[in-house]
Design a protein around this ligand. Structure first.
Ligand SMILES: NC(=O)c1ccc[n+]([C@@H]2O[C@H](COP(=O)([O-])OP(=O)(O)OC[C@H]3O[C@@H](n4cnc5c(N)ncnc54)[C@H](OP(=O)(O)O)[C@@H]3O)[C@@H](O)[C@H]2O)c1
Length: 321
């Protein structure tokens, strides 16, 4: 089968278009013909060499995959063949080949069945970033009528978190890195306000919340904890989801102490988050959030990497074999 293989990570990641053997579904596994795979920041971190834990190269990356079951291994119900499905990633795209390929093998119990005809990009984005965003919102205890601040709102996790927060009836303030992105996002019905990262948005959050501060914050960038802490009300909660840059994100502990804040990391998504994501997506409450769809090739993966690093994307880049 055709695959895009990462041979070496670094400032100039070594990618190639490759012909590799079709994966064999082992016992308890299913083989999928990949329909779509998101290019996530996780892929970018592996490509640049910032994320090495649990990664072995050479590897076909891509852990946000959806496809159709085309074969099953020993012990797996053959009726699954033909089913459209998303995948809870596990080792996919790190320790075993992922969705930047025509096919991938995955444990059958990691599949999330999709109704026939589900949009391939929505399927690819179902577990991560959408389920990941829903789990993080649960972590920060967001409820209807509350106000959430989201950083990296143009990105996969940040954007999906904003959409999901609106779907549950919250007010959403998004933080973004450029006025061009702010212009593109400001009319989105799932954002109440879009603020620029380069401006003193803590003051704007205070003004938008009548001086009280927001109820919750989700940091998809790992760069904003100090600013989020001073933007929250007493008893507020922060969910930390990622870190897009190396280095420390300073914050003043006293600000968290006086506000009695809860600051928690949130990792991955469970099946129930993916199933909730599917309900919200199918009901239209989580609308499409795709920057661009590209045919899979090493050149396309390299272009997606450059676009992420240059912070050009609003939504996910989707690769289709
Ligand atoms: N906890 C988990 O289970 C989990 C799951 C998925 C992803 N993650 C992590 O969450 C983070 C976001 O992932 P993602 O896939 O949503 O990423 P993404 O689509 O690339 O979005 C990240 C956003 O962060 C902002 N940003 C701020 N500083 C940046 C920088 N130096 N370089 C690039 N972007 C920067 C950008 O928005 P603006 O330009 O608008 O500011 C960008 O759109 C990553 O660290 C990823 O590894 C964690």
């Amino acid at each position: 089968m055709k695959a895009v293989v990462l041979d070496a990570a670094g400032p100039e990641p070594a990618l190639r278009d490759a012909e590799i053997p079709d994966p064999e579904p082992g016992p308890g596994e299913a083989l999928l013909r990949v329909a779509a795979c998101g290019f996530s920041h996780h892929d970018a971190l592996i490509m640049e060499g910032a994320l090495r834990r649990g990664v072995s190269l050479p590897r076909a990356l891509g852990h946000e995959a959806a496809g159709v079951v085309c074969a099953v291994g020993e012990g797996v119900d053959a009726n699954l063949i033909g089913m459209e499905t998303a995948v809870i990633p596990g080792a996919i795209g790190h320790r075993r080949d992922g969705g930047f390929a025509e096919m991938l093998a995955a444990p059958a119990d990691s599949l999330i069945p999709l109704p026939a005809g589900t949009d391939a990009a929505d399927g690819a984005m179902l577990v991560s970033p959408t389920g990941v965003a829903l789990k993080a919102l649960e972590t920060c205890g967001l409820t209807a009528g509350q106000t959430l601040v989201v950083t990296g709102v143009s990105g996969g996790v940040g954007g999906r978190a904003a959409q999901a927060a609106r779907a549950i009836g919250a007010r959403v303030i998004g933080i973004t890195g450029s006025s061009e992105k702010a212009r593109r996002l400001q009319d989105e019905p799932w954002l109440d306000a879009v603020l620029l990262d380069s401006e003193p948005w803590e003051e704007a959050v205070a003004a938008l919340t009548g001086g009280q501060g927001a109820d919750a914050a989700l940091d998809a960038t790992g760069t904003a904890l100090g600013r989020l802490v001073v933007s929250l009300r007493r008893g507020g909660r922060v969910a930390l989801v990622g870190q897009v840059e190396r280095g420390a994100a300073p914050f003043a502990p006293a600000e968290a102490v006086f506000r009695e804040l809860t600051i928690t990391g949130s990792l991955g998504a469970e099946r129930r988050h993916a199933e909730r994501a599917l309900q919200l997506t199918r009901s239209g409450l989580i609308p499409p959030f795709v920057h661009e769809t590209l045919p899979l090739s090493a050149a396309a993966v390299a272009a997606a990497y450059r676009a992420l690093k240059r912070r050009e994307c609003v939504g996910r880049i989707i690769l289709r074999p």
